[in-house]
Design a protein around this ligand. Sequence first.
Ligand SMILES: O=C(O)c1ccccc1N[C@@H]1O[C@H](COP(=O)(O)O)[C@@H](O)[C@H]1O
Length: 245
Amino acid sequence: MSPDSRPTRVKICGSTHEHDVSAAVDAGADAVGVIADVPVDTPREVDAERARELLAAVPPLVTGVLVTMSETPDDAIDLVDTVEPDAVQLHGDLSPEAAATVADTVSASTIKAVDADEPERCLAYDDAVDALLVDSVDAEGGGGTGDTHDWERTREAVTDAESPVILAGGLTPENVAEAVETVSPFGVDVASGVERERSESDARQGVERTDEVERSERNADGRKDADAVARFVANATGRPEVLAR
Ligand SMILES: O=C(O)c1ccccc1N[C@@H]1O[C@H](COP(=O)(O)O)[C@@H](O)[C@H]1O
């Protein structure tokens, strides 16, 4: 629950299997995300046809979100036509004009992700899209980093935004209540923070610590941990935890 008593919406992102969709829906999530057409190496990416299948498994009253880093408005529009999501979340470099072109063309709602290093950029997209998302992104503009950012700065930067603001980046069942208390966002979004952990023995030894190495070590396979999903939703919303079936 946000400090002003508005219920905080929760998106569980990066489903790669129907079990991940069920874990989110059963826990009471408001939205389920699938990731397609991203140039970063992530265990959560699926192809367009699989994204369509997974979102078809999202029941009515829960929002199915396509997350993409399409490089042009036409690419994003074509992908939305194929996947048929309820909402599309645009990461990457699309300008406010390009994002507006997508928003004006597709029937899906449009969310623009903005780098948490420059949360003030949100305001440039405020009139162009339906919602804004502040995320800790890597050098290529990809999310799923598992890194938190300066929540106080984000809160100040989005104060004047008219659009709903979604907070993402390194959220976990353990820190999401504090994040909601600090930023009072419309919603929160998580990917790696509710996934099964990779065992220590699987971690690559003696390899240079690049973004890509750390990204692949953080998650075994991008699959969701149903208990962690349930705790995340409960701690974000203040509702009692729905026990995993
Ligand atoms: O999750 C990914 O791998 C990803 C790749 C490219 C673009 C966006 C991606 N994910 C988005 O980032 C947020 C935050 O991720 P995390 O919780 O820090 O792991 C995630 O919810 C997606 O919306």
